[in-house]
Design a protein. Structure first.
Length: 373
């Protein structure tokens, strides 16, 4: 049985003023955001990893004049592991499933399916800890090292359904909506993203069918010399009730068997756990205005409070620190700026509740309840 969702609360002028004032108050970073993390390590080539919970980034790095697209795995708190995309499987397991609510109650999902149908989404849609939270990162590239932005294109997106990357966008008439940046259903050009050097942001991930997707990304940039550098990789994304331990990473071409690690907490490879029982989630608080990217250096880790309010509100940048905003090349019908995070200063998760009380738009995403009788 599926439970209905709560209607979107009305926004009043007074509540909007309270919300605006709340987001401008400087907040100290929680202790975990300032704690010294262990030095980042490089995973051995071919070390297969299934990531099903926590924070990670699809990252660009410059090494020896070469641009590398890599996975910056921060799913274990206090630990960063650089992995090759062809070794990684992202698993949006059954905990990530939501049910599309009636449009008259929560209209944000217009265009993503019919009410009662399921979507699989990332942590930005719920305050529940432990969900997968993939972002973008160019934090290892300084602006002086490039002659512009890092461009991300999607030469191929294959899968059993539609994959969308988007961002919260503020419509003056309709309120907070989901703006589409990349739409896998649009061929041959699903859209793209531009990331400024030394930036960190989080798109919304939305998938509408269970199964295995193959997402080919190309990151490219121009060096100050005028030389163009690029890297293209294919990332496997498993959705729903899929045994991710059987999924071949990368483009799906079987290769040399790779180590699968052990279930030990110290293992760098995380086998897919048994699907957890679905449970209701708390309502997130999408921002009232489009968000911008912070230039702070550290990333949030699994199990810790994210550096943005769930839903994409960005952290405030320190005084005097530039705050570039990555732009998105959006297909028609959507677009906008990416939801952003930083880690030098972080907004506590409690601000989400404050925004809700202030009258901000809330989406109560309800998961499947166990059948009775």
């Amino acid at each position: 049985m599926r439970a209905p969702l709560a209607p979107r609360p009305a926004r009043t002028a007074a509540s909007a003023a309270v919300l605006a004032a709340a987001t401008l108050v400087p907040l100290a970073a929680p202790p975990h955001a300032l704690a010294a993390d262990a030095p980042a390590v490089e995973a051995p080539a071919g070390e297969r990893a299934v990531l099903h919970a926590g924070h990670l980034d699809l990252a660009a790095r410059l090494r020896n004049g070469r641009l590398d697209f890599m996975i910056k795995d921060g799913t274990v708190a206090g630990r960063t592991v650089w992995r090759q995309p062809a070794d990684v499987i992202l698993h949006f397991d059954p905990r990530h499933e939501i049910v599309i609510p009636p449009r008259e109650e929560v209209p944000q999902f217009e265009g993503f399916g019919e009410p009662g149908e399921s979507l699989w989404v990332d942590k930005d849609f719920a305050s529940e800890e432990g969900l997968l939270w993939p972002g973008w990162s160019t934090m290892d590239i300084l602006p002086a090292e490039l002659g512009g932005n890092v461009k991300v294109t999607f030469p191929k997106i294959e899968g059993p359904g539609r994959l969308v990357l988007g961002q919260w966008a503020d419509d003056p008439e309709l309120g907070v909506r989901i703006g589409v940046t990349v739409d896998g259903a649009k061929h041959p050009d699903p859209g793209g993203v531009e990331l400024r050097p030394f930036s960190h942001s989080h798109p919304l991930w939305i998938l509408d069918a269970e199964g295995v997707y193959r997402v080919t990304l190309e990151m490219s940039a121009t060096l100050p010399s005028g030389a163009r550098v690029s890297d293209r990789e294919t990332l496997a994304v498993a959705v729903g009730h899929v045994d991710a331990s059987t999924v071949v990473p990368g483009d799906g071409t079987p290769g040399t068997p790779t180590p699968t690690g052990s279930a030990s907490p110290t293992s760098t490879t995380r086998p897919t756990p048994s699907p957890p029982s679905p449970s209701p989630t708390a309502p997130p608080a999408p921002p009232a205005t489009p968000t911008s990217t912070s230039t702070s250096g550290a990333s949030a880790s699994a199990g810790s409070a994210p550096s943005s309010v769930p839903g994409g509100t960005s952290a405030a940048a320190p005084t005097g620190t530039p705050s570039p905003t990555p732009s998105a090349s959006a297909p028609s019908g959507g677009g906008g700026r990416l939801a952003a995070t930083g880690a030098g200063l972080a907004l506590p998760a409690g601000l989400a509740g404050a925004a809700l009380l202030a009258g901000g738009v809330a989406l109560l995403l309800v998961r499947r309840k166990k059948a009775t009788g």
